[in-house]
Design a binder for this molecule. Structure first.
Ligand SMILES: *[C@@H]1O[C@H](CO)[C@@H](O)[C@H](O)[C@H]1NC(C)=O
Ligand SMILES: *[C@@H]1O[C@H](CO)[C@@H](O)[C@H](O)[C@H]1NC(C)=O
Ligand SMILES: *[C@@H]1O[C@H](CO)[C@@H](O)[C@H](O)[C@H]1NC(C)=O
Length: 401
């Protein structure tokens, strides 16, 4: 079982809603990407990189230390980039607000401690004035008021009680792994890898305060919910998640109750490959997104080496998969569409551009970032259009909006 932070997490900027309008990537042809890296080796430091798509090359045009040594996730809001430093081994993490400058540099606007080991952030509340953080190592969450990005204010930190059933790390603690906003903007949910729960908060969009609501807890121990996404279809709402420890893909229909709670009803349970065949022992599911404005769900699975990818110099290398399913708009049922090479090993994170015509894949173990073509009408990922090698271990890649 993989438990270190280095392999245990993930991604993204912007909304995780298939139907939300302002998704990542503004301008269909964004040719700038931001990539964060974990440090590779003793004494090394992770970086916040700016990459430019130039023909078939992805060139690093700027690198920055402004997010500290262990940057793990980015969320863009206009000309401000929110970046969390996971601070491996530290007793807290840090949320940084950074001004995005035209010359690809970043100016440190403000920063604040988080509970610890932050791995995901999401913007919420009226006018996007709130930001929620999932803290994996610290077993909690934070909410911030970001009305003034130069003076971000902590609203509240919450540490969830540790499970008491004596399981080893990582299930000896709560492990919120992602902060996700529901399609109404009224609820924040956090897949909790350690406690095998979906944590639920009802938020007040005006005050940015929240009330804790009952978690969804009907998981086998050892599921390890890591990342998920809502899908809204007419008056129906579905939620999908991957379990990192079990490599299960599960789907739920979501009901909104009069008492401001959510009811999740399981409608899908398969491996991340869509079947019930066992996966290699080391496999660890990572990211899950629904492509913008579509009913296609894609997830990444790590440490399989089940496919091959041809790098720019013509050499074939082992690759993990990006696996795509279509979602039935009426029932939420999933149908496997494609298992495509992710471009190498350990695709901890990938993301789509705003019109879903490209996918950026961060291959943590290979020090490589690959941009693929994608057909938004079929959901299929096509050939690699650009590839770049980066120093350190790329753990997150997003198109600039
Ligand atoms: C960012 O600015 C704050 C003060 O606003 C300072 O305490 C901090 O050290 C700075 N961080 C970096 C990485 O420069
Ligand atoms: C989901 O499927 C897995 C693998 O077949 C099985 O072990 C598990 O019990 C199932 N979970 C539920 C809740 O049906
Ligand atoms: C081709 O690229 C791969 C992956 O970056 C590298 O390991 C290999 O040494 C390269 N081969 C040549 C002939 O340059």
């Amino acid at each position: 079982m993989r438990t270190s932070y280095g392999v245990a997490f993930a991604l993204s900027a912007g909304f995780r809603l298939a139907t939300a309008a302002p998704v990542c990537g503004g301008g269909s042809a964004s040719d700038l990407l931001w990539v964060t890296t974990y440090p590779a080796g003793e004494g090394a430091q992770g970086k916040l990189l700016t990459l430019k798509l130039d023909g078939s090359k992805l060139e690093v045009v700027a690198e920055s230390d402004t997010c500290g040594p262990y940057p793990s996730w980015l969320t863009q809001a206009g000309d401000v980039l929110y970046c969390v430093d996971e601070a491996w081994g530290g007793d807290h993490g840090t949320l940084h607000s950074l001004k995005i400058n035209d010359d690809h540099s970043f100016t440190n606007l403000s920063q604040h401690e988080t509970v610890g080991g932050p791995v995901s952030t999401v913007i919420y509340g009226k006018d996007g004035l709130g930001l929620a953080v999932a803290d994996y190592a610290g077993g909690g969450i934070d909410t911030f008021n970001i009305a003034d990005p130069a003076a971000i204010k902590l609203i509240k930190s919450l540490v969830y009680p540790a499970p008491t059933d004596g399981l080893p790390d990582p299930q000896n603690s709560a492990r919120p792994h992602e902060a996700i906003l529901d399609p109404t903007g009224e609820f924040l949910v956090f897949p909790d890898l350690g406690a095998d729960q979906i944590r639920v908060l009802k938020v007040d969009k005006e005050t940015l305060e929240y009330v804790e609501k009952p978690s969804y807890t009907d998981f086998d121990r050892g599921t390890g919910p890591r990342h998920g996404a809502f899908f809204k279809s007419g008056d129906k709402t579905f939620f999908y998640l991957v379990g990192e420890l079990s490599n299960l893909l599960q789907g739920f229909s979501v009901a909104y109750n009069d008492d401001d709670s959510l009811t999740f009803t399981r409608i899908h349970n398969s491996t991340t490959h869509g079947d019930d065949k066992p996966l290699p022992e080391d496999t660890a599911a990572a990211e899950l997104w629904i492509a913008p404005g579509s009913n296609f769900l894609t997830l990444s699975s790590r440490f399989e080496s089940s496919l091959e990818y041809t790098v720019a110099n013509g050499t074939k290398v082992p690759s993990d998969p990006l696996i795509t399913f279509s979602i039935d708009k009426e029932t939420g049922a999933l149908t496997h569409v494609q298992s495509a090479p992710a471009g190498g090993i350990n695709p901890r994170h990938f993301s789509f551009n705003s019109d879903g015509t490209r996918v950026a894949s961060a291959l943590q173990s290979d020090g490589r970032v690959v941009v693929f073509e994608r057909d938004p009408s079929t959901g299929k990922i096509g050939k690699a259009t650009a590839e770049g090698d980066v120093e350190g271990m790329p753990n997150f890649a997003t198109f600039k909006q």
